[in-house]
Design a binder for this molecule. Sequence first.
Ligand code: NDP
Length: 290
Amino acid sequence: APTAAFIGLGAMGTPMAAQLAGQMPTLVWNRTPGKAEAHAAEYGSTASDLEELAGANFIFSCLPTSAEVDIYIDRLLPKLRPGTLWIDCTSGRPAAAREQAARLSAAGVEFLDAPVSGGPAGAKAGTLAVMVGGEAATFERALPLLNTFGGTVLLVGPVGSGFAVKAVNNVLMGLHLLSVAEGLASLKKQGVDLAPALTVLNAGSGSSFSSQNKVSQQVFTRQFSPMFKLGLLAKDAGIALENIQEVQASAPLIAATAMLLRAAQATVGSDVDHTEAVKLVELLNGVELS
Ligand code: NDP
């Protein structure tokens, strides 16, 4: 029977590896080993030494950035067998994916970039959006595994394309979050009652995923539940900007969003939930969104 291996049991890796373990033998490894042991106990995966992962047919990684993925490709590459498929679910850089695919290809190992959107809840529900870059035949091999945590799983182009789409997805999400915060801060200064204002905006054409699912739930309540780190969102927006520069596209709103998210990260912190980025807008306006 084919086996899977998973590197990186963070907020996303934990539920994604749990879905895989429900379908096939799954080895897990995490830098902090206690998380791998807890995963094995809770989800029936097998906590393993890093080197043992090299024997799996499908190796998944879900780490903060492409730089960490490079470390583990380097460490496992001498042990990987031809025919192995490496699937990177990190929100990484397209340029890094192309280099990683080339290095692995020299050892007969296939590669897909397969970043995800939908948060830990989407992984638990098996409804993640998965945007995949790579060869069509490689994608077909991976599809049954990606479907364990994915709901909308699509090949979007050659290697690197998944990361490119993911970066755009997240910078749009950041733009929507910051822009609804700006709109609401200006309304508060005009004396408007924010709770009904948000309700009608959400019934109107100015609504977004962020306005519908984040503002009353995380911002008005001041809850800011930790699900997705602000530092990771700022990283993703930076990748979108890097990609735009590479092809000399013109995207001033994306550039501004990337810089505002960096400013928010510097002001509010890297490890807080990304919804705390609205605190930069609050600071700029001297109001609290509540
Ligand atoms: P977390 O911060 O929750 O987890 C990070 C994981 O990476 C942990 O397993 C951590 O190990 C490991 N790690 C960090 N640095 C290193 C290192 N130098 N060497 C080895 N392992 C390391 O991140 P998420 O799970 O939230 O995010 C993972 C990826 O998924 C990111 O690219 C993110 O942008 C993306 N993503 C996140 C979403 C979310 O809602 N959270 C949604 C969609 C994509 P340790 O336990 O030892 O710290």
